[in-house]
Design a protein around this ligand. Structure first.
Ligand SMILES: Nc1ncnc2c1ncn2[C@@H]1O[C@H](COP(=O)(O)OP(=O)(O)O)[C@@H](O)[C@H]1O
Ligand SMILES: O=P(O)(O)OC[C@H]1O[C@](O)(COP(=O)(O)O)[C@@H](O)[C@@H]1O
Length: 329
């Protein structure tokens, strides 16, 4: 596998869809105490959201990426700068208002508290414009990564209908969301889904604790015509079910700076493996290494090839589930 960054014009073009983008306001502090005054030691504000993060990682890897979704005009400048810096084609539909600011409080232990705001409320005209943009992009793109929550005004069923239509047009749809949007989207059988253990538990309506419970829930999704069910387990790695069966990965231990963006980086890595036609083992190892490295920084971004290759060598891939993947141990 060549992890060298080179733009390959023969690869399918990707659309990253971020319907509810966010500026992430990250504050680092030694310990967070609820209900009292907390002093932040270092802070940063950067454009993010699941689709935007996926777009950035894919673009840094060398993919041709278009980004779309619903972006508030009032605070769009940092997003536009990011897209221009990384050569990402900006196809966001502009909406009135400001995109949300999500607060991420990172403690010295690596624990992160996410305070995610609801975002702008979009109108039916905005939703119609979004739908037009999405299917206009479908004329020239093959791969769609739909990632993140939905703004008020855009129903989970509408998003699920878009996934269904894209699938009917033969597009590969990778889907990463939560709560009602995840529940509805899964009924449209995207090509790949990436819940974490908590999201899978929420979909099931009960806490999944043992490997057998996690596998059983994922297998239910696979039987619902979802070709790739990828469950991420934080530091415990990844479990991936497809027609060839289960494959597991275990990342090396990392110095955690912030885990925010690790899931998005994993999705980008999986998509990159597909674009390069890598096999399942290669794709999983690469995506696991890339996501493990994501926790060593604030926000997302691709490290240099040396570090990536070194981490890749420490990722363990197995057909047998590692004992440590019990989510509660
Ligand atoms: N502490 C960690 N150490 C090493 N790798 C990690 C760590 N946390 C996350 N990762 C990597 O990032 C992937 C996604 O993280 P996870 O927390 O499961 O996703 P999400 O951000 O969607 O909740 C994991 O499957 C793993 O490969
Ligand atoms: O769209 P959602 O589900 O509200 O999540 C948005 C948040 O998730 C992130 O994309 C990070 O996601 P991951 O940690 O799962 O990779 C943040 O940048 C953003 O603030």
């Amino acid at each position: 596998m060549n992890t060298q960054v080179t733009r390959n014009d023969t690869q399918p073009k990707v659309v990253a869809v971020n319907l509810n983008p966010a500026l992430d306001l990250t504050g680092s502090l030694s310990v967070l105490e609820a209900g009292t005054v907390n002093l932040v030691e270092r802070g940063s504000l950067h454009p993010a959201g699941k689709g935007v993060n996926v777009a950035r990682v894919l673009a840094e890897l060398g993919a041709a990426v278009t980004v779309t979704g619903l972006l508030g005009t009032e605070n769009q400048d940092p997003f536009c700068e990011l897209f221009s810096q990384y050569g990402i084609e900006d196809a966001f539909v502009r909406v009135q208002g400001a995109s949300r600011i999500n607060v991420k409080l990172v403690e010295a232990s690596g624990r992160v508290s996410d305070i995610n705001f609801p975002g702008v409320t979009v109108s039916q005209d905005d939703v119609a414009a979004m739908e037009n943009k999405l299917f206009e992009l479908a004329e020239q793109h093959e791969v769609f990564v739909i990632a993140g929550s939905l703004p008020a005004g855009l129903s989970p069923q509408v998003c699920a209908d878009w996934i269904k239509r894209l699938k009917e047009q033969g597009k590969k749809v990778l889907f990463d969301s939560s709560n009602q949007a995840l529940k509805a989207g899964l009924t449209a059988s995207p090509w790949l889904v990436k819940p974490n253990d908590e999201e899978l538990s929420a979909w099931c309506g009960k806490t999944l604790e043992t490997p057998a419970e996690l596998k059983s829930a994922a297998e239910t999704l696979y039987r619902q015509d979802i070709a790739n069910v990828v469950v991420s387990l934080g530091e415990k790695g990844v479990m991936w079910l497809d027609e060839s069966g289960w494959l597991y990965s275990q990342p090396p231990g990392m110095e955690v700076v912030s885990t925010v963006g690790a899931g998005d980086t994993l999705v980008a890595g999986l998509c990159w493996g597909y674009l390069n036609q890598w096999n399942k083992q290669e794709t999983l190892a690469f995506a696991t290494a890339l996501s493990a490295l994501a926790v060593t920084q604030i926000g997302v971004g691709v490290p240099d090839a040396g570090l990536l290759n070194q981490t890749l060598e420490s990722v363990q891939i197995s057909n047998q589930q590692p004992v440590g993947q019990n989510v509660n141990c």
